[in-house]
Design a protein around this ligand. Structure first.
Ligand SMILES: NC(=O)c1ccc[n+]([C@@H]2O[C@H](COP(=O)([O-])OP(=O)(O)OC[C@H]3O[C@@H](n4cnc5c(N)ncnc54)[C@H](OP(=O)(O)O)[C@@H]3O)[C@@H](O)[C@H]2O)c1
Length: 267
């Protein structure tokens, strides 16, 4: 029996980088998966990559998670095609790159990032609860109606430079996860977070070997995560094995958060 046989899963931002590996894992583990990118073109591109891997058993629907109407339309498709939802993975993120430092960045950039990372994650979660989780019979193995996993970041606790909007939004996700876990837990909805550190994404392809090596030296385990590593952590929190884990932040950063200073400046 596969780990997620019979489960219906939604992965936002499931069309590239980490999100696509999360979709890949759930499909291979037997789930019926729905995924979205923010636009028709980006979603179709992700769908083609997944189909190219020989994967079936998923539906790709464009949805800008910051747009309430598009979120409702996404859930209309899930209602029509699956009629239920068991697991929501809020992975979509605006990285807030290129906004400049806090002295020059336009204040509205905060909103630009928050509307995807915080408002988007919240309204997808609220819709999942009201349209599916609250109407479903609890899973007999856990007595829970639904599971939510957010993607946060280790930068919410140890900030990175010139990413004010992103870092602040990820701090908001930490608080949002705790708040939702408290209010939704008694209703049988389990909410947690995976907080990654470095992940190898297509953005790493543009880095020099020196920069990659320096980043790896910053990791006690000497290796950035792959999308697959993050997908495994998401799968654990989404699984029945984590049935008593609520409001938790699972850091997956090769030990970076455990250190005060990286090795080459720690004399
Ligand atoms: N990469 C890292 O090193 C790292 C480190 C710590 C935490 N994280 C977190 O881990 C998660 C995955 O990271 P990643 O680097 O793989 O992300 P990414 O490469 O930046 O991809 C972001 C994904 O979110 C989607 N997205 C963005 N805005 C959206 C919107 N308004 N509506 C729907 N989808 C939207 C994108 O779709 P489009 O293709 O349509 O733009 C894309 O699929 C994110 O939550 C990120 O913050 C990443």
């Amino acid at each position: 029996m596969k780990r997620f046989e019979g489960k219906v899963v939604l992965v936002t931002g499931g069309n590239r980088n980490t999100g696509i590996e999360i979709v890949d894992l759930f499909v291979r583990e037997g789930a019926r998966v729905f995924m979205c990118g923010s636009s028709a073109a980006s979603t179709a591109k992700g769908e083609a990559i997944l189909r190219g891997r020989g994967l079936d058993g998923f539906t790709a629907i464009p949805c800008d998670v910051s747009d309430w109407a598009q979120v409702q339309a996404l859930f209309d498709v899930i209602a029509r095609e699956a009629g239920r939802l068991d697991i929501l993975v809020n992975n979509a993120a605006n990285q807030g790159l290129g906004h400049g430092g806090p002295l020059e960045m336009k204040p509205e950039m905060l909103w630009d990032v928050f509307k995807t990372n915080l408002v988007g994650g919240f309204q997808v979660t609220q819709t999942a609860c009201n349209r599916f989780f609250m109407k479903q019979e609890p899973n007999p193995a856990t007595n829970q109606r639904g599971v939510v996993v957010f993607l946060g970041s280790n930068t919410s606790m140890r900030a990175i430079r010139n990413r004010t909007a992103y870092v602040t939004s990820k701090g908001g996700i930490d608080a949002l996860v705790r708040s939702l876990a408290l209010d939704l837990g008694p209703l049988g909805i389990r909410v947690n977070e995976v907080a990654p550190g470095y992940i190898y994404t297509e953005r790493w392809d543009a880095l020099s070997e020196d920069v990659k090596a320096r980043r790896r030296l910053n990791c006690p385990l000497r290796k950035e995560a792959t999308g697959g590593d993050i997908a495994e952590a998401v799968a654990f929190l989404a699984s029945d094995a984590a049935r008593n884990v609520g409001g938790e932040r699972l850091v997956v950063d090769a030990g970076c958060s455990a250190q005060h200073m990286p090795e080459d400046v720690d004399f």
